[in-house]
Write a protein that binds this ligand. Structure first.
Ligand SMILES: [Zn+2]
Length: 142
């Protein structure tokens, strides 16, 4: 089985901090617009449906299915070069948004379009001087 990817620490901006903090709690946090019910990912300042800036955050189910994927066989950048081959995928979440992620916990040849998946989280080490617990979401077959 392929080696687990050691993810670099995410850089949280004011728009993405709630998302990364949720990941640190092992919760997949999405944004919802109370005005038009749009659920969106990536996190941003305004609703992609109606431009309202009155957004709320909620914990998603973490379930979805593989929309598409590719198997990466060449990447010279550390730490990814140490985990080749790995699967880069788009996952359609139950709540609607599509998320770019990795599929882990199985051989790349076992991944398929439409495969049911569930989120799990890889904790990442804080940089010197940082204390926030962050993690990177990736998905496993269910
Ligand atoms: Zn809206």
């Amino acid at each position: 089985m392929a080696t687990e990817i050691q993810h670099p620490r995410p850089a949280a901006s004011w728009e993405t901090r709630a998302y990364w903090e949720g990941c640190g709690r092992h919760e997949l946090v999405l944004q919802r617009c109370p005005a038009c019910q749009t659920v969106q990912h990536r996190p941003r300042a305004v609703c992609a449906g109606c431009l309202s800036n009155d957004l709320e955050h909620f914990v998603a189910s973490g379930r979805g299915s593989v929309y598409t994927y590719t198997v990466t066989h060449q990447n010279g950048a550390p730490p990814f070069r140490d985990t080749l081959p790995y699967v880069l995928a788009y996952v359609d979440l139950e709540e609607g948004p599509r998320l770019m992620t990795n599929i882990v916990g199985c051989e790349p040849a076992d991944v398929s379009i439409g495969m049911a998946v569930e989120v799990d989280f890889a904790d990442v080490e804080p940089r010197p001087g940082e204390t926030d617990a962050f993690a990177v979401p990736r998905f496993r077959s269910v």
